[in-house]
Design a protein around this ligand. Sequence first.
Ligand SMILES: Cc1cc2nc3c(=O)[nH]c(=O)nc-3n(C[C@H](O)[C@H](O)[C@H](O)COP(=O)(O)OP(=O)(O)OC[C@H]3O[C@@H](n4cnc5c(N)ncnc54)[C@H](O)[C@@H]3O)c2cc1C
Length: 477
Amino acid sequence: MDDTFLDRLRSIVGEANVLASGDLSAYEQDWRGWWTGKALAVARPRTSQEVADVVKVCVAAGVSIVPQGGNTGLVEGGVPDASGRQLVVQMGRMQAVRQIDEANMTVTVEAGCVLASLQQQVRDAGLLFPLSLGAEGSCMVGGNLATNAGGTQVLRYGNARDLCLGLEVVTPAGDVLHSLSGLRKDNSGYDLRDLFVGSEGTLGIITAATLKVFPLPASTVTCWAAARGIEEAIGLLGLARQHLGASLTGFEFMDETGLDFVVRNMPMLRVPFADSLPPYSILIETSGPEPEPQARAVMEALLESALQQDLITDVVLAESGEQARQLWDVRENIPLAQVADGPNVKHDISLPISAIPAFVARSQETLSLSIPGVRIVNFGHLGDGNLHYNVQGPEGCKPQEFMARHGEQVTKLVYQEVAALGGSFSAEHGVGRVKADALAAYKCPTALRLMRAIKAAIDPLNVMNPRPYDEAAALKP
Ligand SMILES: Cc1cc2nc3c(=O)[nH]c(=O)nc-3n(C[C@H](O)[C@H](O)[C@H](O)COP(=O)(O)OP(=O)(O)OC[C@H]3O[C@@H](n4cnc5c(N)ncnc54)[C@H](O)[C@@H]3O)c2cc1C
């Protein structure tokens, strides 16, 4: 690529905002360090018009684009391929909160705003933006929307798609789609917003969004309960829905093996019932407008009823915000605690909640038969039917060897069970590069044909984030 292309970019975004030499690894390598690509350059635009102009220059030069936010994605979708011919368009300079509309209960924000910063700015205005996930200190609003991020409050507030009312998007032709309406009702034609949300940068670059905000809850109550089995945990979820209604904000579960990793590898964390871990532990959070004593009384009534029905065997109720934080720390540190024993085969899957017991039993049996001694760590957002199902080699095995020898086989067995029970191979992380083969194998062929047609209609030159599966048989006519 000659310098003219880079000069054109510099004339749009400024010399300092085109990075073409030096160490670009922060943009070229994914968060886990599993994939390293090679970028032609990195452009950091400040306005949607600059994004549009950059796209036009790329189209003219035949250069494809990888939109990038905080680069915290877990499926290798936000980093360039190895060709050295893709431009990374990094959105971090577009970070303004344009408007908080208290009457309409919306915030309009640019795509490069870091999620934690958006949460704080909305909180400073006395309101709540509820999207919350482990990467919130780095991930950006555009990335959250492009991946339709989930996180810990989906049960009460929905995922990124449910929170989005309007979008501003630069299309692959370099046009700006102005659709930042804060309307809750708008049946004037196809819902284009829902095409871009979750499209992982393959249909356009999101430059701003209008999102729902909510009243700040007056109280939050958190507890940790022990259950004998997954059926009991699901029974507790049903009971919690009855008792808590819309206040039920989080319902997370963790199996014994996952918590055992935390007990052994992270002694600074206080795991409830650590001396005798139950088969399953459940973290329940409620939040709402009631004063705290009232909210606690409702939670206590739920727990009493659950104990009476033998759905739980023990329970700890957090006495302070700090204690609640400590419980969440245990839940959020399971992946790190597992890493201390070496890499493992990760799956982010979803199932109808009613099918989860069958999945747990069947996959445990199939995996143990194929690989005796295999260790399964199963935890996640039970209230959303979303399991983080990680498979680690038997005690004492060499993790790298286990991954090389069994990784693909394990994933195939897990995805086959998921598909047989009507689930999805990607609950909240997306497809990216990592799950391109799974998309080809498990998505309904008609859905794939329609996806291919939409991509061809909006991005006929395949400018936006071309993916391996664009070329894979699954997406070929
Ligand atoms: C510790 C940790 C915890 C996590 N927990 C969760 C969780 O609970 N729930 C969950 O859903 N995810 C989770 N994730 C995954 C990740 O944080 C989310 O997918 C996040 O939404 C990605 O945002 P990002 O700004 O980092 O996007 P990136 O990683 O930069 O990009 C992700 C994808 O979106 C595209 N993209 C980025 N910005 C734009 C844009 N402006 N326009 C169009 N396309 C764009 C990229 O091309 C790429 O395909 C976690 C990740 C980590 C590291």
